[in-house]
Design a protein around this ligand. Structure first.
Ligand code: ADP
Ligand code: ZN
Length: 632
C-alpha cells in the first residue's frame, strides 16, 4: 500500500522533471486534482498557454475552465495572476486550491493593509502558484509596479465577457485590462468566458488586445441540464410543486425580477418548510455575503435571488435553477441556468413565463434610460428570448443556434418540447380576428387597449368602457367566442413573441406588429402551441438517477447507506474546517467511492476526484466510514 506523498512540493518536482509538457500536465491533473483525463479542449489550451501563447477560451459553465489556467500556472515558473470581478468568492476559490495543495492567495479590499503586505511579500518571494485580484486593483499603478517586480507565469482574465458592452455584464474596470498587452508583453494571457455570442467573442478579443491569441470555442451544450419552460399560472405554487415533486432536499437557485417578489417567494418556501434565503441588492452587504456563504456551505438550501446573485458561483451540486420571471436575454438566461449541474449530474432549468412578462419587459425597455441604440439592443435581446419561450421545437437546438452552434440533430431528448412535443393548432383565423379587432378599434374609435379590453371585445363581454365607446356596434364585437379568455391570453402572448402584434408604450397597448401584414392578407398561416398543463413533470426516468441528494437513487440500499454515511462524515469535516462540503469531496466523488468500494488507500486514490493531498488527509477516515464491506 503506497500513499502518494503530499508533502514537500510535488508540483515543483513535476515542473522540474524532464517529462514532456503534456505528460507533466497529465501528471498534475491526476496527482493534484485526482482526475484521469482532460475534457474537451483542456489539453490543447493548457499546451498553448504553458508554451507561452495567448488564448481565448469560450466554454460553458461547468466545462472546466479553471484547470485551463491553473495547470499552466503550475507548469510555468512564477505566479499566475487571476483577474476576476468576484471579490466575494475569492476566499472560497483560494480555499479550494489550498485544499488540493496549491499555493494560492488573493489581494482585495477585504484584506487589511498588514494582510495585503504579507501577500505581496509571498508574491515577490515566489511562494505563490496563483494570485487572485479584481480588475480595478490590477490597473492601479502600485499594483502594476508590484507585478513588474514579481515573476509572472500568466494572466488569466476570468469572466472576460465583462469587457463587452454588447453583453449583459459590462464592467467598466475591465476596459483597463487592455494595458496588459503592452505592460507585460512576455507574459501569456488567457481570457475565459461562458458567454459566447459571436459579437461578444469579437468584442472581447479586440478590447483585450488578444488578436494574436489562439481561440478555443467549445460546444456550449449542457446535456445534463433539462430545459423546461411552462406557462405561468400561479408561479409560487408551480415552483413548490417542482421542488416537492422532483427536487426535495436539493440545492437550487430561484430567480425573480423584483426585490419584493424575491422576499415573498423566499417566505412562501420557508412557510412550507423548505429552507430558503433571499438575496438582492437591497439587502445589507453583510447579510448578502452571509446568505451566499450559507448557500455554498449548506446542502439542500434554496437561494431566491435577483440576477445580482450568482456570477462565479461555482457550487457544483446546484440541482435546479428556476426562473419565475422572464430573463432579459438568452445570454443571461443561459448563464443563469448554467449554474445548475456543474458536476455533470442531471439537473433542471425551469421557467414559468406568461403574457404579463412580455408586456412588462417591453414597457421597461420603452420607458427605461438609454439611447435608441441601447433600446434596440435590448429589444432584440428580448425578442430572441421570447422566441425561445414560444418555440415548438427543441429548446436546446434553439439555444445552441443562438450561440452559432449546430447541434447536428433535430431533437435532444432532454428538453420539454422533445420529451413531450407540444400540440399545435392552426391559429391563422384567430390571429386575423385579433388583428382586425385592433384595427377596427383604432380606425373607428381611435382607441388602443391592453389585452384585457381587447379580449372583452373579441368575446363580446360588456363592461363600462365598451358601453361608453359603443364597442357593441363594431363588426368585430364578439367574433372570438370560439376561444376562452385564457386561450386568448395564450394566443396574444405567442403572437407578441412572433412580432405579429406588439405591445407599445407605458400601458402595453396592443398594435399590429411587423409581421402582421402577411397574416392579415392570408399569405401566411400561424401555427401555435397549445399551452400544456402547468403541473406536468416531464423528467424522464433515465435523467433521474445520479446527482446531489438524488445521487443515491441510482444506488442499491446498502450502497445508499454508505453514501449517506459518507455525506455525514463530509458535513462534519466541512464544519470543522469551515469550508463548503463540496470542497471536501463532490457528490460525484462520493458516489464514485461508494461504487468502487475501496478497501485500501491506494484503491481509494483511483477514484475520480481524489488527489494526493486529499488522499493523505482523508484516506484513512473515509475507509473507516465505509461500513465493513459487502452486505449487499
Ligand atoms: P467552469 O469554470 O468552466 O464553470 P470548473 O472549472 O469549475 O468549470 O469545473 C467544473 C467542474 O468540473 C469542477 O468540479 C472541476 O473540478 C471538474 N473538472 C474540470 N476538469 C475536469 C476533468 N478533466 N476531469 C474531471 N473533472 C473535471
Ligand atoms: Zn430538445
Amino acid at each position: 500500500m503506497s500513499i502518494p506523498s503530499a508533502a514537500a512540493d510535488p508540483i515543483s518536482a513535476l515542473r522540474e522533471g524532464d517529462a514532456g509538457q503534456t505528460d507533466a500536465a497529465l501528471e498534475i491533473l491526476s496527482r493534484v486534482f485526482g482526475y484521469d483525463s482532460f475534457r474537451g479542449d483542456q489539453a490543447a489550451i493548457i499546451e498553448q498557454v504553458a508554451g507561452g501563447g495567448d488564448a481565448v477560451v469560450l466554454m460553458p459553465t461547468g466545462g472546466g475552465k479553471s484547470l485551463c489556467y491553473q495547470i499552466p500556472a503550475l507548469l510555468r515558473e512564477g505566479t499566475g495572476i487571476v483577474i476576476s470581478p468576484l471579490i466575494a468568492l475569492m476566499s472560497d476559490q483560494v480555499a479550494a486550491l489550498e485544499a488540493v495543495g496549491i499555493r494560492a492567495a488573493f489581494l482585495n479590499s477585504t484584506l487589511d493593509l498588514h494582510e495585503a503586505r504579507a501577500v505581496e511579500q509571498q508574491l515577490l518571494a515566489g511562494e505563490l502558484d496563483l494570485l487572485y485580484m479584481a480588475p480595478e486593483r490590477l490597473v492601479l499603478p502600485r499594483t502594476q509596479d508590484l507585478l513588474r517586480r514579481a515573476r509572472l507565469a500568466l494572466f488569466a482574465i476570468d469572466e472576460a465577457h465583462c469587457v463587452s458592452q454588447w453583453g449583459h455584464d459590462f464592467r467598466p474596470d475591465y476596459m483597463g485590462l487592455s494595458v496588459l498587452a503592452d505592460a507585460f508583453p512576455e507574459v501569456p494571457r488567457i481570457a475565459l468566458t461562458a458567454t459566447a455570442t459571436e459579437a461578444t467573442h469579437r468584442e472581447l478579443t479586440e478590447r483585450l488586445r488578444l488578436q494574436g491569441a489562439k481561440h478555443f470555442v467549445s460546444s456550449f451544450d449542457r446535456p445534463n441540464i433539462q430545459y423546461r419552460i411552462v406557462p405561468k399560472a400561479s408561479p409560487r405554487e408551480q415552483l413548490l410543486r417542482l421542488i416537492t415533486s422532483e427536487h426535495e432536499g436539493d440545492s437550487g437557485i430561484v430567480y425573480c425580477l423584483s426585490r419584493k417578489s424575491v422576499e415573498q417567494t423566499a417566505e412562501a418556501l420557508v412557510a412550507r418548510g423548505i429552507p430558503a434565503l433571499p438575496y438582492h441588492a437591497g439587502l445589507d452587504a453583510a447579510v448578502r455575503q452571509d446568505h451566499q456563504e450559507r448557500f455554498l456551505r449548506a446542502e439542500g438550501l434554496i437561494i431566491v435571488a435577483t440576477i445580482a446573485f450568482g456570477m462565479g458561483i461555482d457550487k457544483p451540486d446546484v440541482r435546479f435553477v428556476a426562473h419565475l420571471d422572464l430573463p432579459k436575454s438568452i445570454e443571461g438566461y443561459y448563464q443563469e441556468t448554467g449554474r445548475a449541474g456543474r458536476d455533470g449530474q442531471p439537473s433542471t432549468a425551469w421557467m414559468a413565463y406568461g403574457l404579463g412578462d412580455v408586456v412588462n419587459q417591453r414597457r421597461f425597455i420603452d420607458a427605461g434610460e438609454g439611447d435608441e441604440q441601447f433600446k434596440r439592443n435590448a429589444r432584440s435581446h428580448l425578442d430572441a428570448m421570447l422566441a425561445l419561450c414560444e418555440t415548438v421545437s427543441c429548446r436546446r437546438a434553439q439555444l445552441l443556434r443562438y450561440f452559432g452552434q449546430d447541434m447536428g440533430e433535430e431533437s435532444c431528448g432532454n428538453c420539454d418540447t422533445c420529451l413531450s412535443p407540444p400540440e399545435t393548432w392552426d391559429a391563422t383565423v384567430a390571429s386575423q380576428k385579433l388583428l382586425s379587432a385592433l384595427i377596427r378599434l383604432e380606425r373607428e374609435r381611435d382607441q388602443r387597449f391592453g389585452s384585457g379590453q381587447v379580449i372583452d371585445v373579441l368575446l363580446g363581454r360588456e363592461n363600462e368602457r365598451s358601453a361608453q365607446s359603443r364597442h357593441q356596434e363594431l363588426s368585430v364585437w364578439g367574433i372570438g367566442t370560439e376561444l376562452t379568455e385564457k386561450q386568448w391570453r395564450t394566443t396574444i402572448r405567442q403572437l407578441l413573441a412572433r412580432g405579429i402584434i406588439e405591445a407599445e408604450g407605458e400601458y402595453g397597448v396592443l398594435v399590429p406588429g411587423a409581421h402582421a401584414g402577411p397574416v392579415l392578407r392570408g399569405e401566411a398561416t400561424v401555427e401555435l402551441a397549445v399551452d400544456r398543463a402547468p403541473a406536468r413533470s416531464t423528467r424522464s426516468r433515465s435523467a433521474r438517477s445520479g446527482g446531489g441528494a438524488r445521487a443515491a437513487e441510482g444506488l442499491g440500499i446498502a450502497e445508499r447507506d454508505r453514501f449517506e454515511a459518507l455525506r455525514e462524515w463530509r458535513t462534519s469535516v466541512a464544519k470543522e474546517k469551515q469550508i463548503p462540503p463540496y470542497m471536501v469531496f463532490s457528490d460525484a466523488t462520493l458516489v464514485g467511492i461508494v461504487e468502487a468500494r475501496p478497501t485500501t488507500v491506494a484503491q481509494l486514490g483511483e477514484v475520480s476526484g481524489v488527489g494526493a493531498k486529499k488522499l493523505a488527509e482523508y484516506g484513512e477516515d473515509v475507509l473507516a466510514v465505509l461500513p465493513a464491506a459487502s452486505t449487499d
